[in-house]
Design a binder for this molecule. Structure first.
Ligand SMILES: NC(=O)c1ccc[n+]([C@@H]2O[C@H](COP(=O)([O-])OP(=O)(O)OC[C@H]3O[C@@H](n4cnc5c(N)ncnc54)[C@H](O)[C@@H]3O)[C@@H](O)[C@H]2O)c1
Ligand SMILES: [Zn+2]
Ligand SMILES: [Zn+2]
Length: 341
């Protein structure tokens, strides 16, 4: 089959590779749309592991239903890309994000399981979810990042009237801002180093105010607009500057949610967190309930995630799409890939 493989730092190649063979009971899915995720951009920058076929946010058509007797050939589905063991106490309590095996064999994030940048994927039967009426292929490819944001927002436990800051206006930041408003925040601010993306958060009506993170007065502006800092700050970047500003912009006793991923240790002012008794809360992935909740919210038109999709490109355009998303200058936040283009 055709696939886009990571071959070096910031370099993809379109290749012919062996079709993955399903293990016992697995569902074979022909890919229709795959989203490019901010986490995929880290792999692109690192160029490792070589040969990785990325793509963990996908939607496709069932080719072989495996052990899922309720699925028909041709039916539209998406899936959780994760590989929880199903047997440990975390899995049994409905928290696959705590299972040690969750990411080891994940679709599109491990060498063992080629992702949606290939024409076909094999997925564990218990991870496959059907596409309900009224939800488009494009929306279905957005379920995974939407579930990441919903999980972070559940951990933030926002109270009506609170002031929230989201750092980073990639799709994860925009989705977090959207959900923060839905949870009853009275003021949702977003800071960005890329002015085009910052302004986009206002245009898409997910943030009440955008701050230029490069502006020298940004911290003073945060304090002025909130009196003494934000109740909750959600970092959706992961770099040292971003997490530092998250810690400094949170009011004493407040909470910082860490969603952004850094591939190496970063330097942050823990003394500020100590002096202000901040709570630092990591957020990873989602539960199956949250994944299903996002599909339900889309099906019942309670959220509109289509507005975050900027472009749909072919395998041959994947290289260019990744360059666009890492340029720091483009306003695109979510690009989908369609193998049939
Ligand atoms: N925890 C999880 O489960 C999970 C899941 C998916 C993605 N992520 C991570 O979340 C992060 C966001 O994902 P995304 O898809 O939105 O990525 P993205 O790269 O598209 O967005 C990050 C944004 O942060 C901005 N930025 C960088 N430094 C900044 C700073 N100092 N201040 C303000 N803005 C700054 C960039 O301009 C960019 O727009 C990534 O690190 C990704 O790996 C985590
Ligand atoms: Zn993702
Ligand atoms: Zn487990």
């Amino acid at each position: 089959m055709r696939a886009v493989a990571l071959v070096d730092k910031r370099k993809f190649e379109v290749k012919e590779i062996k079709k993955p063979t399903p293990k016992k009971g697995e569902v074979v899915i022909e890919i229709l749309k795959t989203g490019i995720c901010g986490s995929d951009l880290h792999y692109f920058e690192m160029g490792e592991p070589k040969g990785l076929i990325l793509g963990h946010e996908f939607c496709g058509k069932v080719v072989d239903p495996g052990s899922r007797k309720d699925l028909k050939v041709g039916e539209l589905v998406t899936a959780l890309p994760i590989s929880p063991c199903g047997e440990c106490s975390a899995c049994k309590s409905g928290n696959p994000q705590y299972c040690r095996k969750t990411w080891s064999d994940a679709v599109g994030l491990s060498l063992t399981r080629p992702g949606g940048l290939g024409e076909v994927v094999c997925v564990r039967p218990d991870m496959v979810l059907k596409l309900p009426k009224g939800v488009t292929e494009e929306e279905m490819a957005m379920v995974e990042p939407t579930a990441v944001a919903l999980h972070a927002i559940h951990l933030a436990n926002i109270k009506v009237g609170q002031k929230i800051l989201v750092i980073g206006g990639g799709v994860i930041g925009l989705l977090c801002a959207m959900f923060a408003k839905k949870e009853g925040a009275s003021f949702v601010a977003l800071s960005e180093t890329n002015p085009k993306r910052g302004k986009k958060s206002l245009k898409l009506k997910v943030a009440d105010k955008y701050y230029d993170a490069k502006n020298e007065t940004v911290m003073a502006d945060f304090m002025k607009d909130t009196e003494d800092g934000f109740d909750i700050v959600i970092d959706c970047c992961g770099n040292s500057n971003a997490v530092t500003s998250a810690i400094c912009a949170t009011k004493p006793g407040g909470m910082v949610i860490l969603v952004g991923v850094a591939m190496a240790p970063i330097s942050i002012p823990t003394v500020v967190a100590v002096m202000n008794e901040l709570k630092l809360q990591g957020a990873i992935g989602y539960t199956k309930d949250e994944f299903e909740m996002c599909i339900h919210l889309m099906a019942t038109k309670q959220i509109n995630v289509k507005k975050f999709i900027d472009d749909v490109v072919s395998f041959d355009q994947v290289q260019e799409a990744y360059e666009r998303l890492t340029s720091g200058k483009d306003d695109a936040v979510k690009i989908l890939v369609d193998p049939k283009l």
